[in-house]
Ligand binder design. Sequence first.
Ligand SMILES: Cc1cc2nc3c(=O)[nH]c(=O)nc-3n(C[C@H](O)[C@H](O)[C@H](O)COP(=O)(O)OP(=O)(O)OC[C@H]3O[C@@H](n4cnc5c(N)ncnc54)[C@H](O)[C@@H]3O)c2cc1C
Length: 388
Amino acid sequence: MTTTREYDCIVIGAGVQGSFTAYQLTKNNKKTLLLEQFALPHTRGSSHGQTRIIRKAYKQDFYTHMMEESYELWAQLERETGIQLYRQTGLLLMGPKNSQNYQDLKNSLQRNKVPMVLLTRDNFSQHIPNMKLIEGHEALVDITAGVLYADRALRSVQGQFQKLGGVIRDKEMVTNISPGPVVTVSTNAGVYRAKSVVITAGPWANKLLTNTGLQLPLQVVKINVCYWKEKVPGLYSMQQRFPCFILTEGEESSEDIYGLPSNEYPGLVKICYHMGSETDPDQRDKQTDKSDIDILQHCIRHCLPGLIPEPAVVESCMYTLTPDRHFVLDCHPTYSNIVIGAGFSGHGFKFGPVIGKLLSELTVGQVPTYDLSPFRITRFNTKTKSAL
Ligand SMILES: Cc1cc2nc3c(=O)[nH]c(=O)nc-3n(C[C@H](O)[C@H](O)[C@H](O)COP(=O)(O)OP(=O)(O)OC[C@H]3O[C@@H](n4cnc5c(N)ncnc54)[C@H](O)[C@@H]3O)c2cc1C
């Protein structure tokens, strides 16, 4: 039976960004509905998996500043729920001495007074045993960085949202959005109306935006999430204080390679390439390109001699990339009561709490806490058509 329900706000997509936005809206006393196409929890978007890296190491000050608050908001959620969501491990950052990217990261950490340690070639192996620093590379550690427990975080924020009175309806795919002063959202199970709608649909953002006459320059890629076996179990574990790491692009690869200490699967270390091959989100598993794994194997043979250079487990995830790799946090150019959070470009998880706050501010018409100019839709050359 079709039902019609009225809400202040409807959030479409219960990944990390939609879940935190819905939570923030209920905190602002808005009657909020969170719609998700799949049965929760699921592994078909971008927010699943046990862990993500959290760090302040960014080239752009605006990200580092947003992370200051994000750490506080993660801690606040931990206090509210009594569940540990973050574990400090430090982030080892390595890159060619002559690389602009690495130097920009280092300078940004220094400029923003982020606690860090510069490593030298002489003391590197004392601090990071079982890892080799490539000839011509420099290294530093972003001390406060660490691991976020992703699946646990999603369950926690969705639980808090419901405790505050928010409604989650999963297994409900949004099939149509009719813009207007009151927006009508149709799903395969019902019709809902709200004063405002937030679209946080991850890799499906453009599919949903079609209903509103807007298309963003988003590229969806499939990421092979690779786990590598330790030759001696525990060698690269959190217990042994092995940090998260990022090897910035260089001769070995044109994109970053990143890793997290073994923990989630005992004896297995997650190491991935920060790029993948294009996919349709509904056909993700048809994309079978594994050229990234060759690059990772080369890196593991050179830098991580205690790992077997053959992936033991390969899982799948997706990035939704913008051309400049910055997020989209903005109101729809034609319909100001439709707010868009999209294009998190493979680095959005750590910002979840602060993005939820910003999207909620945009939704209720408050002045956003941060300058959102890097995230505006107008930076792209997009054209809008009137929605049908
Ligand atoms: C392998 C991997 C490693 C990563 N590592 C890091 C990291 O270390 N640190 C970090 O900060 N970030 C990391 N990221 C990035 C981060 O995970 C993403 O930026 C973030 O999860 C994006 O969340 P989202 O809510 O935008 O998208 P999603 O999680 O994809 O959520 C969108 C949701 O919308 C739903 N939806 C779509 N269409 C509809 C519809 N029509 N009706 C109803 N529901 C719909 C989808 O089913 C989905 O649940 C990583 C990502 C991957 C894939």
